[in-house]
Design a protein around this ligand. Structure first.
Ligand code: NAD
Length: 480
């Protein structure tokens, strides 16, 4: 076996970059570790400014050809990539689970089918985009969706391939070329996607995948003058850094960032549903940007809600994410676990009470935690923990509920549980959030705008909004 290939759960994964249709190794590497048991998976090429420049050059060289490829042909190739994902679904699922520790059953049944859907959806949506024409005093305005050029896409580790393809698919559909840099904690499925894209007939240089640290190759990519778009999903501090790099070249940015979303539970809600919605927030060990980590409950039902919540949460099975029966897997990295526990211990020291959890479990696992007696201005209520840690606060009026819900610097999502339609309309109209769910959670349609308000993001992607971002819209005015 080549020194540039590792075998993960029986699947061979190339550990090099993929640039201009070729595999390229760096002299330096970084170590990829599985959060399931801390085992070393292998050494991955650690890119530098040199590989960043090579990848941007490859994307720039491939751009004119791909941009000129007829829409129907681009769509056909994206469908072929989706078929390739379906064909290798089992391999992608087990490699992703080994790399990031999320549940194998979710990867099999939810995430990887969605990866394929990302490609099919944006391929089909491309074909619906109109080249609009309208008239001004006899002159014709022709509005076209022109591809923008090389796009840098930078993604986090919590849903690696799903979040990467949510960007790659519309960027490629629009006629752009792409340089993807996955998170250094989860480099593997992006490499498999490069193989799948090649097999599907995507021309060399149209999709490039580079590996390495954000502060090294990531920085070099986002400050490169030939890059025409940067789409980033990750944390607020990194986004601030990237925005500063992009400012030098005025590169357009799309930023999908963190959250501290509320779940508002009114006394008129279906309580079983509300409890289910609350317990669902432990999914992916709490490593979900959209998670409603602040539970706000109307005081008159708080005791009953908490009792039922505890009963249900205690049934969750924590353990190996490859096991079908497991509900909560490990957290991604010892550093992340440290961070989660730091938040919880500081909250407890400040007077919070752990209704459940409040501590680490053996290995890289954190006990599902619910904290009460927390002040609105406390760190635990204001900051994103990104672990299985929820807070519970109570309210007595609708106005107070809205004030608490909107009382952070974030605005990614919100969930409202109520049996009263009129109340739902009143409350949702006042919430500051990119997505609001009423009596449901995580129902996502790719044609809907997705993004965050306030510090949860800049811009929206999804359906036509993705093409707005990934295209240079051009109006051509022709005299009669
Ligand atoms: P992160 O910001 O640490 O890293 C994200 C990516 O940015 C990684 O690929 C990293 O290598 C890269 N990066 C780091 N420094 C960089 C730099 N200087 N230049 C260029 N790239 C750089 O975030 P994370 O810890 O990987 O992810 C968790 C965060 O992502 C949470 O805040 C979560 O809420 C957020 N998130 C948001 C969404 C959303 O859609 N809004 C979805 C998932 C995750």
């Amino acid at each position: 076996m080549s020194t540039h290939s590792i075998t993960v759960a029986g699947v061979a994964v190339d550990t090099r970059h993929f640039i201009g249709g070729e595999r390229v190794a760096s002299t330096e590497t970084f170590t990829d570790v599985s959060p399931i048991d801390g085992s070393t998976l292998g050494e991955i090429s650690r890119g530098t400014a040199m590989e960043a420049a090579a990848a941007v050059a490859a994307a720039k060289a491939a751009f004119p050809g791909w941009a000129a490829t007829p829409r129907a042909e681009r769509a056909r190739i994206l469908h072929a990539i989706a078929d390739g994902v379906d064909k290798r679904l089992e391999e992608l699922a087990i490699v992703e689970t080994t790399d990031n520790g999320a549940l194998l059953r979710s990867h099999r049944r939810g995430v990887m089918p969605r990866v394929a859907h990302n490609f099919r959806f944006f391929a089909d949506w491309l074909l619906t985009l109109e080249h609009e024409d309208f008239d001004t005093r006899g002159h014709t305005n022709h509005v076209s969706w022109d591809p923008a050029g090389p796009c840098v896409l930078i993604t986090p580790w919590n849903a690696p391939l799903m979040l990467a393809t949510w960007k790659i698919a519309p960027a490629l559909a629009a006629g752009n070329t792409v340089i993807l840099k996955p998170a250094e904690w989860t480099p593997l499925t992006a490499s498999l996607l490069a193989d799948i894209a090649t097999e599907a007939g995507l021309p060399a240089g149209v999709l490039n995948v580079v590996q390495g640290y954000g502060s090294e190759i990531g920085d070099a990519l986002t400050s490169h003058p030939d890059v025409r778009r940067i789409s980033f999903t990750g944390s607020v501090p990194t986004a601030q850094h990237i925005a500063a790099s992009a400012a030098a070249n005025l590169t357009p940015l799309s930023l999908e960032l963190g959250g501290k979303s509320p779940l508002l539970v009114f006394a008129d809600a279906d309580l079983d549903l509300a409890v289910d919605l609350a317990v669902e927030q432990y999914d992916n060990a709490g490593q979900v940007c959209l998670a409603a980590t602040r539970i706000l409950v109307e005081e008159s039902i708080a005791e009953e809600f908490t009792r039922r919540f505890v009963e249900k949460a205690q049934q969750l099975k924590q353990g190996d994410p490859r096991d079908e029966a497991t509900d909560i897997g490990p957290n991604i990295h010892p550093r992340q676990l440290e961070k989660i526990d730091g938040f919880v211990q500081r909250a407890l020291a400040a007077g919070a009470r752990a209704v459940i959890g409040g501590h680490r479990n053996e290995g890289q696992y954190y006990a599902p935690t619910l904290l009460t007696d927390v002040a609105q201005d406390s760190e635990i209520v204001q900051e994103e923990v990104f672990g299985p840690v929820l807070t519970l606060q109570t309210f007595t009026t609708e106005q107070e509920a809205v004030r608490l819900a909107n009382g952070t610097r974030f605005g990614l999502a919100a969930t409202v549980a109520t049996g009263d339609r009129a109340r739902a309309e009143r409350v949702t109209a006042q919430l500051v959030a990119g997505t609001v769910w009423v009596n449901c959670f995580f129902v996502r349609d790719l044609q809907a705008p997705f993004g965050g308000s306030r510090q949860s993001g800049v811009g929206r992607e999804g359906g036509t909004w993705s093409f707005d971002f990934y295209c240079d819209l051009k109006n051509t005015v022709t005299a009669p």
